[in-house]
Design a protein. Structure first.
Length: 114
C-alpha cells in the first residue's frame, strides 16, 4: 500500500506500489488491476519484474456483473471502512494515513484470531 497525494495519477503511483511489492514478496507471478491501469504500465511490469499485469474491465456500464477477482478488492475496502478513523479523510500527512490503514488491518486480524 502506498498513500499519495490526490494530484498524482493512479497509473504513475502504481509503479511505487509495484516496486514496494517486489521488495517485500518475490514469489508473485501475476497482478490484477482495474481498468484505469491500462497503457504502458502493463509492459513496464513485464519488463521490470517479469510479472503478468491482468487488467479487469467492465463490459457493460450500467448493469451489475461480478468481475473475476475484483470482489476481493471491494471486500477489502469495505472491511477498512469499518474503521471509524478511515471512514473519512481526517489525516493531513500521507504517512499517517498509511499507518492508520496498518492499524486497522492489525485490529481486523486480532479480532478474527480471538
Amino acid at each position: 500500500m502506498v498513500v499519495h497525494a490526490a494530484s498524482l495519477q493512479d497509473r504513475v503511483a502504481a509503479r511505487a506500489v509495484l516496486l514496494r511489492l517486489f521488495r517485500q514478496v518475490r514469489t508473485i507471478q501475476a497482478v490484477i488491476a482495474d481498468g484505469g491501469y491500462t497503457g504502458k504500465l502493463v509492459e513496464w511490469t513485464k519488463q521490470m519484474f517479469g510479472w503478468t499485469l491482468e487488467i479487469v474491465k467492465r463490459n457493460q456500464l450500467h448493469s451489475f456483473v461480478v468481475l473475476p477477482r475484483r470482489w476481493v478488492v471491494e471486500r477489502t475496502i469495505s472491511w477498512l471502512n469499518w474503521s471509524r478513523r478511515l471512514s473519512k479523510d481526517y489525516e493531513v500527512c500521507p504517512c499517517s494515513s498509511e499507518t492508520m490503514v496498518h492499524i486497522a488491518y492489525a485490529h481486523l486480524m486480532l479480532r478474527r484470531l480471538a
